[in-house]
Write a protein that binds this ligand. Structure first.
Ligand SMILES: CC(C)(COP(=O)(O)OP(=O)(O)OC[C@H]1O[C@@H](n2cnc3c(N)ncnc32)[C@H](O)[C@@H]1OP(=O)(O)O)[C@@H](O)C(=O)NCCC(=O)NCCS
Length: 140
């Protein structure tokens, strides 16, 4: 499968990004909010096949010590074909000196384990939608 991997978001359809996040069961918002969150990230990755966006992800970082990965999503019909791995490795290559943290969607921990991530014993989060995140299985 021939893939195009781009780090810039010049020609991204943010409506499609929002719809994809919704479709794969992740938190989603207005397209403009996603546009802003990607634009404010240090690294963004967009994977296309034959011009169609099929997966994306982003990371925020201080560029020296720490980086956090968010919004990694692959269209369902393209999952389990190595595209998520490409996105994570592309992000990690950009911050080779950094620690990485993320919170996996419940049930997706195994994907990150294949990439070397380990569960944190002391990870803490203060979510705006605390009850919702608890119900969805992110917090105790
Ligand atoms: C989770 C997701 C990003 C993984 O991307 P992907 O392209 O499907 O995964 P890959 O094909 O790169 O898989 C790499 C490895 O992880 C494993 N893996 C993938 N999803 C897994 C899961 N849910 N549980 C356990 N292992 C998983 C694969 O079997 C593969 O293992 P291998 O290298 O031994 O063959 C993708 O399935 C997705 O977008 N899911 C819906 C949205 C989501 O939950 N995103 C994550 C938010 S934290």
């Amino acid at each position: 499968m021939e893939l195009e991997i781009k780090l810039d978001y010049a020609d991204v359809n943010w409506q499609f990004v929002a719809e994809t996040l919704k479709r794969v069961g992740m938190a989603y918002a207005e397209p403009a909010a996603h546009q802003k969150s990607f634009e404010n990230s240090q690294v963004t990755v967009f994977v296309r096949r034959e011009g169609q966006l099929i997966g994306f992800g982003r990371a925020i970082s201080d560029g020296v010590f720490q980086a956090a990965i968010y919004d990694v999503a692959i269209l369902p019909e393209y999952q389990a074909q190595g595209i998520g791995t490409i996105i994570i490795k592309t992000i990690m290559d950009k911050f080779s000196n950094c620690n990485f943290i993320l919170y996996a969607a419940p049930g997706k921990e195994g994907f990150y384990q294949t990439l070397g991530f380990r569960k944190m014993k002391t990870g803490m989060a203060l979510f705006l939608k605390a009850e919702q995140m608890k119900e969805r299985g992110f917090t105790e």
